[in-house]
Design a protein around this ligand. Structure first.
Ligand code: SF4
Length: 508
């Protein structure tokens, strides 16, 4: 537990997010200034920070602790800072704001000050600068929609948020591509549909999604589908005057269901909703150990246009470690099977920074994926969620056991380019290894439109099933969410309440 004391509670989210970005192993806690814990913590060698918002000056003092007493001392000038302070075991950073307090400009300038202080303290910088949100491309896209030029947008990202030149160029490139791809959608009267199947063959080490092992839940799948069908009927009625643009079945692993259960679900969706305008119908087949020929045939016969077969890595040792319980060969077989049956849009997901993986391992994964020649590649940078088994694994094995680097990101980007793919969507998560991003690459005619929609919040996405979150995007730019409960038993038992929440959101 690391401590930051502050005389004001403002900007707590940004402060904690930036601290986690610079010090991934920390669990920073904010305390009131009169807290007694400081001296004890310093003696124990733990860093303590004190942030003081004064009338004319904001100071950040970092007490390095007994273990760090040999650090450079003194005051570091930040954006117009002041005089030298006496030598002791602390570092002091100061900022004299020119912006009026309480304004967005003040907040942004504070974030720059805090970010620069941490850069100085750690002698590093972050690829996305002080941006802590998950949608950096949304900033670029919004500015361009407002008529700002590429130069103005790039300048804003670089100077206001201290984003690196390389990431600025990536954000702009993706924003332009997204605008072009979305131009064919029914913005005004359209919507997309998400259906969650919260079952998987086993639970992966890093998983933080709603996922239940199918083996233990087999007997309740029928009940789950019955509840889901009730929600499907209700949603179809609520949305009967709207145009359905894209459909995405995710989870979990939808192909954990049997072929018969999949046929039941898809048949229900097709009969309840009007699919005549649907531009894309995705099912995440995901885990190779859930894919069979009869299931793939059911998907194809019901008009599914796009699937994912996700290896995450092509190194068997890592697959075993992260609990995927399938082999590299199974991934290859599942992929070939899907191609042979007739799927011409197959995405593969990989994760960079997996425990123990080196740049050479990632290069090997990329080569193995290239040999399969998928249509799209989604590159995730490992995000460590405390709730996952990986969070506990890292506690036991240390934060250095997983690592993503610029070099590894570059290997993946070069691999995608060699497969004739371009980046078309991007998002970030909390606690990402190396503070990088997740990037969707695709061949130019195989983009996953749903991925852009969910990321850029351009259209209402109605989400059905346990743990799903419906996001209403309204014409006055309001975005409102409503959640379904995660627990499958609760979802089944409280399905009428889930429907009621949706009705309230969509009918207003
Ligand atoms: S396949 Fe995905 S949803 Fe299922 S356990 Fe693994 S990470 Fe979680």
């Amino acid at each position: 537990m690391q401590i930051i004391k502050s005389n004001k509670t403002q900007f707590e989210y940004d402060i904690q997010a930036l601290l986690k970005s610079f010090y991934p192993e920390w669990e920073p806690r904010m305390l009131a200034p009169d807290s007694e814990v400081r001296d004890r913590r310093i003696l124990e060698g733990e860093p303590v920070m004190e942030l003081y918002f004064g009338e004319d000056e904001v100071t950040l003092e970092i007490f390095c602790g007994a273990a760090h007493l040999d650090h450079t001392e003194g005051l570091h000038n930040m954006e117009g800072a002041a005089e030298e302070v006496g030598k002791d075991s602390r570092h002091v950073y100061a900022w004299r704001p020119k912006e009026p307090t309480g304004t967005p400009e003040y907040k942004n300038a504070f974030k720059r000050f805090f970010y620069r202080s941490l850069c100085e303290e750690t002698q590093t910088s972050l690829p996305w600068g002080n941006l802590t949100g998950i949608r950096p491309t949304k900033i670029a896209m919004t500015m361009m929609e407002q008529g700002k030029s590429e130069e103005e947008t790039a300048d804003y990202l670089k100077t206001m948020h201290l984003v690196s030149g390389e990431k600025t160029a990536l954000a702009l490139d993706i924003a332009k591509r997204e605008q072009e791809i979305l131009s064919t959608l029914h913005y005004e009267n359209g919507y997309s549909l998400y259906v969650g199947i919260p079952f998987c063959p086993t639970t992966c080490l890093y998983c933080s999604f709603t996922s239940y092992p199918i083996g233990a839940w087999k007997k309740r799948v029928g009940e789950y589908l019955t509840a889901l069908e009730k929600e499907i009927d209700a949603a179809a009625k609520l949305l009967r005057d709207k145009i359905l643009d894209t459909v995405y079945i995710g989870g979990g692993t939808p192909t954990s269901l049997s072929a018969e259960e999949l046929a039941r679900l898809l048949g229900k969706l097709k009969s309840a909703f009007d699919f005549s305008h649907v531009q894309e119908f995705t099912v995440e087949a995901g885990r190779a150990d859930s894919i069979t020929e009869d299931k793939l045939r059911v998907l194809l016969e019901n008009g599914v246009t796009r699937i994912s077969v996700n290896p995450q890595t092509m190194k068997q040792e890592t697959l075993d470690l992260i609990g995927r319980r399938h082999t590299v060969e199974q991934v290859e077989e599942a992929f070939h099977l899907a191609r042979r049956i007739g799927f011409d849009n197959i995405n593969m997901d990989i994760i960079l920074g997996l425990p123990g993986e080196t740049a050479a391992d990632v290069a090997h994964t990329i080569e193995a994926v290239k040999a399969l020649s998928p249509d799209a590649l989604t590159v995730h940078s490992l995000a460590v969620k405390r709730a996952s088994k990986l969070g506990k694994w890292i506690e036991e094995n240390g934060a250095t056991a997983y690592n993503n680097t610029e070099e590894i990101m570059e290997i993946a980007a070069r691999g995608a380019a060699a497969m004739d793919m371009v980046p078309y969507y991007l998002y970030r998560q909390k606690n990402m290894s190396g503070n990088f991003e997740n990037v969707g690459y695709s061949r130019r005619d195989k983009y996953g439109i749903y991925n852009i929609l969910i990321n850029e919040e351009k259209q209402t996405i109605v989400a059905l099933g346990a743990g799903s979150i419906t996001k209403g995007v309204f014409s006055d730019n309001r975005i409102e969410r409503c959640e379904n409960v995660k627990d499958v038993g609760q979802y089944i038992g409280r399905i009428d309440e889930m429907i009621g929440r949706k009705r309230q959101l969509l009918e207003g």
